[in-house]
Design a protein around this ligand. Structure first.
Ligand code: IDP
Ligand code: MG
Length: 139
């Protein structure tokens, strides 16, 4: 049965697309047992990013974040799995700062920079529902 908590939203950020890691990142999620239910390569505009990152609009790093996230295509996707799939994805991503993310996590294995940290994953069921609504309103 599909419920709100079975689905979560991810972005393979522009650095992941530029470095050719989209297939690798999706492979990790698929091997874990999560299913891709929607996915598309998109150039994200500032209006969309300001909705998506509404909680960060006033932060000092917001300008750099938008410049990074809009500079080239990102791969936006929805994954489906068990209850609280968002938590499975967040564990697999590792900490926001790749320098603090342990080996075995996507950020820990592939990144070194705080802004260019390869992936986004919704941080709660509510965020997943909100973000899927922004990027895949027909789902
Ligand atoms: P999350 O992606 O792990 O949920 P958030 O705190 O929601 O982390 O921040 C959103 C994104 O903004 C991060 O993934 C990262 O790209 C960027 N970011 C967060 N904090 C900083 C910072 O202190 N400096 C630079 N970029 C940051
Ligand atoms: Mg976040």
């Amino acid at each position: 049965m599909t419920t709100a908590s079975n689905r979560t939203f991810i972005i393979c950020k522009p650095d992941a697309v530029e470095r050719g890691y989209v297939g690798h990142i999706l492979d990790r999620f698929e091997r874990k047992g999560l299913k891709l239910v929607a996915g598309e390569l998109r150039v994200l505009d500032e209006a969309t990013l300001s909705q998506h990152y509404a909680e960060h609009v006033e932060k000092p790093f917001y300008g750099d974040l938008v410049a990074f996230m809009s500079r080239s295509p990102a791969f936006v996707a929805v994954l489906e799995g068990p209850e609280d799939t968002f938590a499975v994805v967040r564990t697999m991503m590792g900490a926001t700062n790749p320098a603090e993310a342990p080996p075995g996590t996507i950020r820990g294995d592939l990144g070194t920079e705080m802004t260019e940290n390869l992936v986004h994953g919704s941080d709660s069921v509510e965020s997943a529902t909100r973000e899927i609504g922004i990027f895949f309103p027909s789902l």
